[in-house]
Design a protein around this ligand. Structure first.
Ligand code: IPM
Ligand code: MG
Length: 375
């Protein structure tokens, strides 16, 4: 894709459980966004996930990787099913894709939208608008380690965490770029008092790169303290950068604070243009409610907005975010079906920016992502 091109090649991977349902809603919104904002997409849908694996044995094969690589971005539903052993699809597809496509950054906004209920008493939307930048290919997720004397009382398991300067630097640099177009505050979250070696490398990298971003203020919070501060004082944070495992954990906490997994979105960003980035809601496949048409599509629709922001369609991305917020506010406390909520958001898109639906204010992550992708 040339930067000016407004035709985006999208790979659609609906996956399992509620994945296909929330993806269908996101595509309703995408159709409306194209009609309103004048860009186009070429879409190809890919079979992947539990059913496909049972039928064919295929996970993230080189064939699927080659076909996905031809796209500008991947919209991903969710993956996982009780019929496949835990870990098989997670490691065999999701983690394999993040690695193979060098999706170095996992970006997860934590924004409490007006009208969305949060379990944190007294928390207001003005106080909760941050972005967690999680390193996405290294750390404890490299899958290295060994066990000796397995199954005996002398069993020893070693699980390695790999941290490279280059890997840390690319994610920290992106975090700085994002912070510099937001509220100019970057917090490193780690456990430098215990994980001394990895912690030193992370801290050194942040300190070195800070010289390039003199207008961004930096600070540091241990991951355990982060679990304490994040729910009660999210206003302390603008952009938080952290390693893969800490990021996995604190982004679930972030999702709770912003009103649950239903509204939490994420972007897996390739920063070097060698492969497509991937966009997915944070929720899983939720087999218990699959097929009933009741899953909340907001997380998938906001992930679509992140995708469009990354592809340079900031206006459409901000409008989708505004329309989601309006729909969530209007339907608060009601039971609305997956497809109906999607259609409501799609219908609202044409009115965003009018007096009826003023564009959501407040330093949207969408605009910042578009700027950070270009800088
Ligand atoms: C996430 C998920 C994944 C992870 C799983 C499904 C592999 O929890 O995206 O946060 O651990 O990264
Ligand atoms: Mg997780």
């Amino acid at each position: 894709m040339t930067p000016e091109s407004r035709t985006h090649r999208l790979a659609i991977v609906p996956g399992d459980g509620i994945g296909p349902e929330v993806t269908a809603s996101a595509l309703d919104v995408l159709n409306a966004a194209e009609a309103t904002f004048g860009f186009t997409t070429e879409r190809e849908t890919f079979a992947a996930g539990a059913q496909h694996y049972r039928a064919t044995g295929e996970l993230f094969s080189s064939d699927i990787a080659t076909r996905l690589r031809a796209h500008d971005a991947i919209l991903f539903g969710s993956m996982g099913d009780p019929s496949v052993a835990p870990g098989v699809l997670e490691r065999g597809f999701i983690l394999a894709m993040r690695q193979e496509f060098r999706q170095a950054v996992n970006l997860r906004p934590v924004r409490l939208y007006p009208g969305v209920e949060t379990p944190i008493a007294g928390l207001t939307p003005e106080r909760c608008d941050l972005v967690i930048i999680r390193e996405n290919t290294e750390g404890a997720y490299v899958g290295r380690g060994s066990t000796v004397h397995a199954g005996t009382p002398m069993a020893v398991a070693v699980q390695e965490s790999v941290n490279t300067r280059a890997g840390i630097e690319r994610v920290v640099d992106y975090a700085f770029r994002l912070a510099s177009v937001r509220r100019k505050r970057l917090t490193l979250c780690h456990k430098t008092n215990i994980l001394v070696e990895a912690g030193r490398l992370w801290q050194e990298t942040v300190t070195d790169l800070a010289a390039r971003y003199p207008d961004v203020e930096t600070d540091y919070v241990h991951v355990d303290a982060m679990c304490f501060h994040l729910p009660i004082a999210p206003e302390r944070f603008d952009v938080v950068v952290t390693d893969n495992l800490f990021g996995d954990i604190i982004t679930d906490l972030g999702a709770v604070i912003q009103g649950g997994l239903g509204v939490a979105a994420s972007a897996n960003l390739n920063l070097d243009g060698s492969a497509p980035s991937m966009f997915e809601a944070i929720h899983g496949s939720a087999p218990d409610i699959a097929g009933q048409g009741i899953a909340n599509p907001a997380g998938a629709i906001l992930s679509l907005a992140l995708c469009l922001a990354h592809l340079g369609e900031a206006q459409a991305a901000c409008a989708i975010e505004t329309a989601v917020v309006a729909a969530l506010g209007a339907t608060a406390g009601q039971r609305v079906g997956t497809r109906d909520l999607g259609r409501q958001i799609a219908d609202a898109l044409a009115h965003v920016g009018t007096p009826d639906l003023p564009l959501l204010q407040g330093g949207s992550v969408m605009t910042a992502m578009t700027l950070a992708a270009r800088s």
